[in-house]
Design a protein around this ligand. Structure first.
Ligand code: DQA
Length: 148
């Protein structure tokens, strides 16, 4: 039997504190709750799921590089590095798989400094503003894209 396709979901800084962190903006679910949702969705779509979080830019870059040989799709919520990181952008450009940029909040309806994303230009598409559902929609988008 062919092995299941693998998707990676990477999370950047401060997302480990979801649930406690600005719940008015990010909601009350923890990252573990979101991971559970993602596992259910990935399982239904027939994907293996690698789900990770780091507060360190270099670790995210290393994980993106690591994913090159094994991932068939990537979703990334780079947190604040979205708005600052050329290094994460460059790492994503190494991948030739579908990439979905994910945000819980609608970054375009927030402060001006959040309107600029270094991830978007390296991504296949962007999902933002739907809270934890953004992750589920990203997995659905990866599934649709991979089946093209
Ligand atoms: C975020 C939006 C970013 O602007 C912010 O720095 C985050 C979370 C989101 O999921 O809405 O850490 O990526």
């Amino acid at each position: 039997m062919a092995s299941r396709r693998s998707i990676w979901i990477l999370n950047g800084p401060n997302l480990n504190l979801l649930g406690e962190r600005e719940p008015g903006i990010y909601g009350g679910e923890s990252l573990a709750d979101i991971e559970t949702r993602c596992r259910e969705t990935a399982d239904k779509a027939g994907f293996e799921l690698e789900f990770r979080q780091s507060n360190h830019e270099g670790e995210l870059v290393a994980w993106i590089q690591e994913s090159r040989s094994v991932a068939d799709g990537m979703a990334i919520n780079a947190g604040a590095y979205t708005h600052t990181s050329v290094a994460v952008h460059d790492a994503l450009r190494l991948l030739d798989i579908p990439i979905v940029e994910v945000h819980l909040s609608n970054i375009f309806a927030r402060e001006e400094f959040r309107h600029k994303s270094y991830i978007s230009a390296a991504a296949t598409g962007v999902v933002c503003g739907f809270g934890p559902m953004s992750y589920v929609l990203a997995i659905d988008a990866l599934a649709a894209r991979m089946d093209l």
